[in-house]
Design a protein around this ligand. Structure first.
Ligand code: BJW
Length: 232
């Protein structure tokens, strides 16, 4: 790779797969075993909050038990490398885990929210959260019971940080998608947006994604191998 100053990296579930966290759409992935419409929509939460809490309590304990893998570590090293040379890494993740932060990345845009945060639907306070959530768990700020939900973005909800993501894309020299199937919008549209802006686009994935034809270049293999190779 030449020496671009600003790199925009979009990560998906594939970057955390080798940390033991399941992907969504691979064979055996979460959405092949569970129906997202009964678990990952605001309507599902309104209908059966106990079921939704149970699903995310399991996911939360999985995240807490997981550790960053060499792909996360390489992206943290890339951030330091670019910063030391006056550039920047814009790291935008669709993942709700905290593995990029634990690997050492300082600035992470969590566009689909974070599993280790809970948001109160009554007072809108967002709390760091590592314990199980239950229907009757009171909000530590307003004490209302039954109003806390995982602070993640479900289908039909507006992703977070969209303005910052747009601004970062506009100043990037290279766009890299890592471990994402390109099935969920608006993230799936970023490669087309990057192309329109004249930015060189790379795909790093286990196999060609739904968007593979839109990338200028690609490397296929496990993220723990292809990401460190790409960066060196
Ligand atoms: C490896 C690997 C290894 C495996 N190494 N690689 C058209 C335009 C705009 C929106 C829509 C549209 N059509 C429909 C919509 C709505 C919807 C949507 O996109 N639906 C599609 C299914 C069609 N989008 C939304 O509702 C979003 N909101 C929205 O659009 O608001 C309106 C709006 C936005 C912007 C402007 C104006 C209006 C919200 C989407 C929320 C997504 N939520 C989830 C769940 C989060 C909570 C949770 O974790 O439970 O987010 S769904 C799930 O999919 C999760 C992920 O972040 C997301 C993306 O999945 P990802 O990361 O790509 O994972 P996989 O499993 O799909 O792929 C893994 C990849 O890794 C594969 O390619 C493997 O090969 C690879 N891999 N092992 C390297 N070791």
């Amino acid at each position: 790779m030449a020496s671009p100053r600003n790199i925009f990296v979009l990560t998906g579930a594939g970057v955390s797969a080798e940390s033991g966290l399941g992907t969504f759409r691979d064979r055996g992935g979460m959405w092949s075993r569970f129906d997202p419409m009964t678990l990952a929509t605001p309507e599902a939460f309104a209908r059966d909050p106990a079921l939704v809490h149970e699903f995310y309590n399991l996911r939360r304990s999985g995240v807490i038990a997981a550790a960053p893998n060499p792909a996360h570590t390489a992206l943290a090293a890339l951030e330091t490398h670019l910063r030391d040379r006056g550039g920047a890494l814009f790291l935008c993740t669709q993942n709700v885990d905290d593995l990029h932060t634990r690997a050492g990345n300082r600035a992470v845009m969590h566009m689909h929210g974070e599993l280790l945060k809970a948001r109160c639907l009554a007072c809108e306070t967002v709390h760091p959260w590592r314990d199980d959530l239950f229907v009757g768990t009171p909000c530590p700020a307003c004490n209302r019971a039954g109003s806390l939900r995982p602070d993640i973005v479900w289908f039909g909800e507006m992703p977070k940080h969209l303005e910052a993501i747009d601004a970062a894309l506009r100043t990037a020299d290279v766009f890299v998608a890592v471990g994402t199937s390109g099935a969920v919008y608006p993230a799936a549209g970023y490669v087309a947006q990057a192309r329109t802006l004249g930015i060189r686009t790379w795909e790093l994935n286990l196999e060609p994604s739904d968007n593979a034809r839109l990338f200028d270049a690609a490397r296929y293999g496990p993220a723990s191998v292809v990401v460190p190779e790409f960066i060196t």
